[in-house]
Design a protein around this ligand. Structure first.
Ligand code: XUL
Ligand code: MN
Length: 345
Protein backbone atom coordinates (compact mmCIF):
# COMPACT_ATOMS: atom_id res chain seq x y z
CA UNK A 1 0.00 0.00 0.00
CA UNK A 2 1.10 3.54 -0.75
CA UNK A 3 2.71 5.27 2.21
CA UNK A 4 2.11 8.89 1.29
CA UNK A 5 1.27 11.67 3.70
CA UNK A 6 -2.09 13.41 3.62
CA UNK A 7 -2.96 17.11 3.45
CA UNK A 8 -5.89 18.38 5.51
CA UNK A 9 -8.56 20.99 5.08
CA UNK A 10 -11.70 22.43 6.67
CA UNK A 11 -14.05 25.33 5.99
CA UNK A 12 -14.91 28.40 8.09
CA UNK A 13 -18.42 26.93 8.57
CA UNK A 14 -16.89 24.02 10.49
CA UNK A 15 -16.23 26.35 13.42
CA UNK A 16 -19.96 26.80 13.89
CA UNK A 17 -22.14 28.31 16.57
CA UNK A 18 -24.52 25.47 17.38
CA UNK A 19 -27.81 26.57 15.83
CA UNK A 20 -30.23 23.85 14.77
CA UNK A 21 -33.84 23.94 13.47
CA UNK A 22 -35.05 24.07 17.09
CA UNK A 23 -32.68 26.50 18.71
CA UNK A 24 -30.50 29.55 18.15
CA UNK A 25 -26.68 29.81 18.14
CA UNK A 26 -25.07 29.01 21.49
CA UNK A 27 -21.57 30.39 20.80
CA UNK A 28 -20.67 33.92 19.66
CA UNK A 29 -19.31 33.77 16.09
CA UNK A 30 -15.55 34.02 15.66
CA UNK A 31 -13.99 36.28 13.04
CA UNK A 32 -12.50 34.88 9.84
CA UNK A 33 -9.01 35.87 11.04
CA UNK A 34 -9.52 33.86 14.24
CA UNK A 35 -10.59 30.84 12.19
CA UNK A 36 -7.61 31.11 9.87
CA UNK A 37 -5.25 31.35 12.85
CA UNK A 38 -6.97 28.30 14.37
CA UNK A 39 -6.51 26.35 11.13
CA UNK A 40 -2.80 27.23 11.17
CA UNK A 41 -2.45 26.32 14.84
CA UNK A 42 -4.04 22.92 14.22
CA UNK A 43 -1.51 22.32 11.42
CA UNK A 44 -4.06 22.04 8.62
CA UNK A 45 -2.89 22.85 5.07
CA UNK A 46 -5.88 24.37 3.29
CA UNK A 47 -9.24 26.03 3.73
CA UNK A 48 -12.37 25.38 1.66
CA UNK A 49 -14.81 28.16 0.91
CA UNK A 50 -18.32 28.98 -0.09
CA UNK A 51 -18.44 32.09 -2.27
CA UNK A 52 -19.89 34.04 0.66
CA UNK A 53 -17.29 32.68 3.10
CA UNK A 54 -14.78 34.38 0.80
CA UNK A 55 -16.84 37.53 0.26
CA UNK A 56 -19.67 37.97 2.79
CA UNK A 57 -23.00 39.02 1.18
CA UNK A 58 -21.45 38.32 -2.20
CA UNK A 59 -24.74 38.72 -4.05
CA UNK A 60 -25.23 42.32 -3.00
CA UNK A 61 -21.74 43.50 -4.01
CA UNK A 62 -20.36 44.92 -7.27
CA UNK A 63 -17.81 42.96 -9.33
CA UNK A 64 -15.13 45.49 -8.36
CA UNK A 65 -15.93 45.09 -4.66
CA UNK A 66 -15.92 41.28 -4.94
CA UNK A 67 -12.53 41.42 -6.68
CA UNK A 68 -11.14 43.74 -4.00
CA UNK A 69 -12.31 41.58 -1.08
CA UNK A 70 -11.12 38.40 -2.79
CA UNK A 71 -7.70 40.01 -3.32
CA UNK A 72 -7.54 40.82 0.39
CA UNK A 73 -8.47 37.25 1.28
CA UNK A 74 -5.88 35.89 -1.14
CA UNK A 75 -3.22 37.95 0.64
CA UNK A 76 -4.31 36.69 4.06
CA UNK A 77 -4.12 33.09 2.86
CA UNK A 78 -0.78 33.68 1.18
CA UNK A 79 0.68 35.31 4.32
CA UNK A 80 -0.55 32.37 6.42
CA UNK A 81 0.80 29.82 3.93
CA UNK A 82 -2.66 28.28 3.60
CA UNK A 83 -4.08 27.12 0.25
CA UNK A 84 -7.68 27.52 -0.93
CA UNK A 85 -8.85 24.02 -1.82
CA UNK A 86 -12.16 24.80 -3.51
CA UNK A 87 -14.98 27.30 -3.80
CA UNK A 88 -18.68 26.34 -3.75
CA UNK A 89 -21.61 28.67 -4.52
CA UNK A 90 -23.87 28.84 -1.45
CA UNK A 91 -27.02 28.94 -3.56
CA UNK A 92 -29.44 27.63 -0.98
CA UNK A 93 -29.56 30.72 1.27
CA UNK A 94 -30.86 33.28 -1.20
CA UNK A 95 -34.62 34.01 -1.44
CA UNK A 96 -34.33 33.50 -5.22
CA UNK A 97 -33.48 29.82 -4.67
CA UNK A 98 -36.48 29.10 -2.46
CA UNK A 99 -37.81 26.58 -4.99
CA UNK A 100 -34.47 25.35 -6.28
CA UNK A 101 -31.53 27.13 -7.89
CA UNK A 102 -30.56 25.63 -11.27
CA UNK A 103 -33.85 23.68 -11.24
CA UNK A 104 -36.21 26.43 -10.11
CA UNK A 105 -39.44 26.68 -12.10
CA UNK A 106 -38.76 30.42 -12.46
CA UNK A 107 -36.36 31.28 -15.33
CA UNK A 108 -35.16 34.45 -13.57
CA UNK A 109 -34.19 32.44 -10.52
CA UNK A 110 -32.36 29.89 -12.67
CA UNK A 111 -30.49 32.75 -14.34
CA UNK A 112 -29.53 34.14 -10.93
CA UNK A 113 -28.16 30.72 -9.88
CA UNK A 114 -26.00 30.43 -12.99
CA UNK A 115 -24.71 33.99 -12.78
CA UNK A 116 -23.82 33.52 -9.15
CA UNK A 117 -21.98 30.30 -10.03
CA UNK A 118 -19.93 32.09 -12.69
CA UNK A 119 -18.95 34.63 -10.06
CA UNK A 120 -17.88 31.74 -7.84
CA UNK A 121 -15.51 30.71 -10.63
CA UNK A 122 -14.02 34.23 -10.68
CA UNK A 123 -13.44 34.01 -6.92
CA UNK A 124 -11.86 30.57 -7.26
CA UNK A 125 -9.51 31.81 -9.96
CA UNK A 126 -8.45 34.73 -7.83
CA UNK A 127 -7.84 32.41 -4.88
CA UNK A 128 -5.72 30.12 -7.06
CA UNK A 129 -7.94 27.03 -7.24
CA UNK A 130 -9.62 25.38 -10.21
CA UNK A 131 -11.94 23.19 -8.13
CA UNK A 132 -15.60 24.21 -7.93
CA UNK A 133 -17.93 22.18 -5.71
CA UNK A 134 -21.67 21.93 -6.21
CA UNK A 135 -23.71 20.72 -3.28
CA UNK A 136 -27.06 20.63 -5.12
CA UNK A 137 -28.98 21.47 -1.98
CA UNK A 138 -32.36 22.62 -3.28
CA UNK A 139 -32.22 20.77 -6.59
CA UNK A 140 -35.05 18.39 -5.80
CA UNK A 141 -38.66 18.57 -4.73
CA UNK A 142 -40.84 18.85 -1.66
CA UNK A 143 -43.85 17.86 -3.72
CA UNK A 144 -43.05 15.61 -6.66
CA UNK A 145 -45.80 17.08 -8.84
CA UNK A 146 -44.34 20.60 -8.44
CA UNK A 147 -41.48 19.98 -10.86
CA UNK A 148 -40.66 17.99 -13.96
CA UNK A 149 -37.67 15.83 -12.96
CA UNK A 150 -36.82 15.06 -16.59
CA UNK A 151 -36.67 18.79 -17.30
CA UNK A 152 -34.61 19.36 -14.14
CA UNK A 153 -31.87 17.03 -15.36
CA UNK A 154 -31.65 19.20 -18.50
CA UNK A 155 -31.47 22.33 -16.34
CA UNK A 156 -28.63 20.84 -14.30
CA UNK A 157 -26.70 19.93 -17.45
CA UNK A 158 -27.30 23.40 -18.87
CA UNK A 159 -25.99 25.08 -15.70
CA UNK A 160 -22.89 22.87 -15.57
CA UNK A 161 -22.23 23.45 -19.28
CA UNK A 162 -22.38 27.21 -18.73
CA UNK A 163 -19.73 26.89 -16.02
CA UNK A 164 -17.51 24.62 -18.11
CA UNK A 165 -17.71 27.03 -21.06
CA UNK A 166 -17.03 30.07 -18.88
CA UNK A 167 -13.64 28.70 -17.80
CA UNK A 168 -11.97 25.93 -19.76
CA UNK A 169 -9.69 25.00 -16.86
CA UNK A 170 -12.10 24.54 -13.97
CA UNK A 171 -13.17 21.14 -12.69
CA UNK A 172 -16.54 20.66 -11.05
CA UNK A 173 -17.07 18.21 -8.20
CA UNK A 174 -20.69 17.36 -7.49
CA UNK A 175 -21.36 16.63 -3.79
CA UNK A 176 -24.49 14.47 -3.70
CA UNK A 177 -26.87 14.14 -0.81
CA UNK A 178 -30.12 12.17 -0.99
CA UNK A 179 -32.41 14.52 0.93
CA UNK A 180 -32.41 17.50 3.31
CA UNK A 181 -33.24 20.29 2.96
CA UNK A 182 -35.58 18.75 0.35
CA UNK A 183 -37.77 15.67 0.50
CA UNK A 184 -35.78 14.11 -2.34
CA UNK A 185 -32.79 15.39 -4.32
CA UNK A 186 -32.33 14.78 -8.04
CA UNK A 187 -28.67 13.79 -7.68
CA UNK A 188 -28.65 11.63 -4.52
CA UNK A 189 -25.56 9.44 -4.98
CA UNK A 190 -22.13 9.28 -6.60
CA UNK A 191 -23.58 7.08 -9.35
CA UNK A 192 -26.06 9.83 -10.22
CA UNK A 193 -23.33 12.49 -10.11
CA UNK A 194 -21.03 10.58 -12.46
CA UNK A 195 -23.88 9.71 -14.80
CA UNK A 196 -24.85 13.40 -14.95
CA UNK A 197 -21.22 14.21 -15.77
CA UNK A 198 -21.54 12.11 -18.93
CA UNK A 199 -24.36 14.32 -20.22
CA UNK A 200 -22.28 17.50 -19.95
CA UNK A 201 -20.16 19.10 -22.65
CA UNK A 202 -16.89 17.99 -21.02
CA UNK A 203 -17.37 14.89 -18.83
CA UNK A 204 -13.64 14.73 -18.03
CA UNK A 205 -13.99 17.94 -16.01
CA UNK A 206 -17.03 16.86 -13.99
CA UNK A 207 -16.32 14.61 -11.02
CA UNK A 208 -17.50 14.28 -7.47
CA UNK A 209 -16.97 14.88 -3.78
CA UNK A 210 -18.10 12.23 -1.30
CA UNK A 211 -19.30 13.21 2.14
CA UNK A 212 -19.47 10.26 4.55
CA UNK A 213 -22.72 11.39 6.18
CA UNK A 214 -24.45 11.96 2.85
CA UNK A 215 -23.56 8.44 1.67
CA UNK A 216 -24.86 6.95 4.92
CA UNK A 217 -28.07 8.99 4.58
CA UNK A 218 -28.48 7.38 1.13
CA UNK A 219 -28.23 3.97 2.81
CA UNK A 220 -24.83 3.34 1.20
CA UNK A 221 -21.41 2.46 2.54
CA UNK A 222 -19.09 5.43 2.00
CA UNK A 223 -16.11 3.10 1.40
CA UNK A 224 -17.88 1.58 -1.61
CA UNK A 225 -18.71 5.07 -2.88
CA UNK A 226 -14.99 5.94 -2.63
CA UNK A 227 -13.94 2.84 -4.58
CA UNK A 228 -16.64 3.51 -7.19
CA UNK A 229 -15.66 7.17 -7.70
CA UNK A 230 -11.97 6.33 -7.79
CA UNK A 231 -12.54 3.63 -10.42
CA UNK A 232 -13.48 6.57 -12.66
CA UNK A 233 -10.56 8.74 -11.43
CA UNK A 234 -13.17 11.24 -10.30
CA UNK A 235 -12.85 11.66 -6.55
CA UNK A 236 -11.37 15.14 -6.40
CA UNK A 237 -12.23 15.96 -2.79
CA UNK A 238 -13.71 14.24 0.23
CA UNK A 239 -15.65 15.36 3.30
CA UNK A 240 -15.07 12.88 6.07
CA UNK A 241 -17.43 12.96 9.03
CA UNK A 242 -19.88 10.55 10.67
CA UNK A 243 -23.56 9.92 10.94
CA UNK A 244 -25.53 7.75 13.36
CA UNK A 245 -27.98 6.19 10.92
CA UNK A 246 -30.88 7.79 9.10
CA UNK A 247 -31.32 10.99 11.06
CA UNK A 248 -30.75 14.64 10.20
CA UNK A 249 -27.32 15.45 8.70
CA UNK A 250 -25.24 15.13 11.87
CA UNK A 251 -21.71 16.00 10.68
CA UNK A 252 -20.20 14.17 13.68
CA UNK A 253 -16.43 13.89 14.13
CA UNK A 254 -14.89 11.31 11.81
CA UNK A 255 -15.24 7.81 13.32
CA UNK A 256 -17.52 9.01 16.12
CA UNK A 257 -20.50 6.79 15.28
CA UNK A 258 -18.91 3.82 13.55
CA UNK A 259 -15.18 3.23 13.73
CA UNK A 260 -15.28 0.23 11.42
CA UNK A 261 -17.09 2.18 8.68
CA UNK A 262 -14.44 4.90 9.14
CA UNK A 263 -11.63 2.31 8.95
CA UNK A 264 -13.01 1.01 5.67
CA UNK A 265 -13.13 4.52 4.21
CA UNK A 266 -9.48 5.06 5.10
CA UNK A 267 -8.62 1.67 3.63
CA UNK A 268 -10.41 2.60 0.41
CA UNK A 269 -8.56 5.92 0.24
CA UNK A 270 -5.25 4.15 0.86
CA UNK A 271 -5.71 1.46 -1.77
CA UNK A 272 -6.67 4.05 -4.40
CA UNK A 273 -3.79 6.42 -3.59
CA UNK A 274 -6.13 9.27 -2.64
CA UNK A 275 -4.03 12.37 -2.01
CA UNK A 276 -1.17 11.43 -4.34
CA UNK A 277 -2.56 13.75 -7.04
CA UNK A 278 -2.83 16.70 -4.67
CA UNK A 279 -6.30 15.97 -3.27
CA UNK A 280 -7.05 17.12 0.27
CA UNK A 281 -8.75 15.25 3.10
CA UNK A 282 -11.39 17.65 4.40
CA UNK A 283 -13.45 17.18 7.55
CA UNK A 284 -16.96 18.57 7.16
CA UNK A 285 -17.62 18.22 10.88
CA UNK A 286 -19.40 20.40 13.42
CA UNK A 287 -18.98 20.76 17.19
CA UNK A 288 -21.67 19.12 19.29
CA UNK A 289 -24.21 21.81 20.26
CA UNK A 290 -23.28 21.83 24.00
CA UNK A 291 -19.60 22.52 23.16
CA UNK A 292 -18.01 25.26 25.32
CA UNK A 293 -16.06 27.97 23.45
CA UNK A 294 -12.78 26.73 24.97
CA UNK A 295 -13.36 23.31 23.36
CA UNK A 296 -14.44 24.74 20.03
CA UNK A 297 -11.72 23.15 17.85
CA UNK A 298 -11.71 19.69 19.40
CA UNK A 299 -13.90 18.09 16.68
CA UNK A 300 -11.36 19.16 14.03
CA UNK A 301 -8.32 18.11 16.01
CA UNK A 302 -9.97 14.79 16.94
CA UNK A 303 -11.19 13.98 13.42
CA UNK A 304 -7.68 14.31 12.02
CA UNK A 305 -6.24 12.34 14.95
CA UNK A 306 -8.71 9.50 14.36
CA UNK A 307 -8.01 9.61 10.62
CA UNK A 308 -4.24 9.31 11.14
CA UNK A 309 -4.67 6.48 13.64
CA UNK A 310 -6.88 4.68 11.13
CA UNK A 311 -4.23 5.18 8.43
CA UNK A 312 -1.86 3.28 10.73
CA UNK A 313 -4.56 0.63 11.26
CA UNK A 314 -5.02 0.31 7.49
CA UNK A 315 -1.26 0.01 6.95
CA UNK A 316 -0.78 -2.60 9.67
CA UNK A 317 -3.83 -4.72 8.87
CA UNK A 318 -2.75 -8.33 8.33
CA UNK A 319 -3.52 -8.49 4.61
CA UNK A 320 -1.88 -11.90 4.24
CA UNK A 321 -4.06 -13.40 6.94
CA UNK A 322 -7.10 -11.67 5.47
CA UNK A 323 -6.37 -13.12 2.02
CA UNK A 324 -6.02 -16.62 3.50
CA UNK A 325 -9.37 -16.30 5.29
CA UNK A 326 -11.00 -15.01 2.08
CA UNK A 327 -9.58 -17.98 0.13
CA UNK A 328 -11.07 -20.29 2.78
CA UNK A 329 -14.39 -18.35 2.66
CA UNK A 330 -14.03 -18.02 6.43
CA UNK A 331 -15.76 -14.68 6.77
CA UNK A 332 -16.53 -15.20 10.46
CA UNK A 333 -12.81 -15.12 11.27
CA UNK A 334 -12.21 -12.32 8.76
CA UNK A 335 -14.82 -10.33 10.66
CA UNK A 336 -13.07 -11.09 13.95
CA UNK A 337 -9.66 -10.23 12.45
CA UNK A 338 -10.96 -6.74 11.68
CA UNK A 339 -12.59 -6.34 15.10
CA UNK A 340 -9.47 -7.42 17.02
CA UNK A 341 -7.24 -5.27 14.82
CA UNK A 342 -9.39 -2.24 15.61
CA UNK A 343 -9.52 -3.11 19.33
CA UNK A 344 -5.72 -3.34 19.45
CA UNK A 345 -3.59 -5.29 21.90
C1 XUL B 1 -23.82 20.43 3.42
C2 XUL B 1 -22.42 20.36 2.99
C3 XUL B 1 -21.86 21.60 2.39
C4 XUL B 1 -20.91 21.34 1.27
C5 XUL B 1 -20.36 22.52 0.58
O1 XUL B 1 -24.31 19.25 3.96
O2 XUL B 1 -21.80 19.35 3.14
O3 XUL B 1 -21.24 22.33 3.40
O4 XUL B 1 -19.82 20.58 1.70
O5 XUL B 1 -21.33 23.33 0.06
MN1 MN C 1 -19.80 18.61 2.72
Amino acid sequence: MAKHTYKFCFGPWNISEGQDPYGPPVRTPQTFDWKLAALKKLGYDAMMFHDDDAVPDVSSKSDAQVRKETRELRKKLHDAGVAAELVAPRLWFDPRTIDGAYTSNDPQCRRYAIERSLRTIDIANQLGTKLIVLWLAREGSYIRESKNARQCVDYLVEAINRMLAYDKKIRISIEPKPNEPMDHAYIPTIGHALALAQLTSDPERVGCLIETAHAILAGLDPADEIDFAMSFGKLWSIHLNDQNGLKFDQDKPFGSANLRVAFNQVRALERNGYGTRGEYVAFDVHPFRPTKPEHWLAHLENSRRTFLKLVQKARTFDEKQARALIRDRNYADLDQLVIEHLLGK
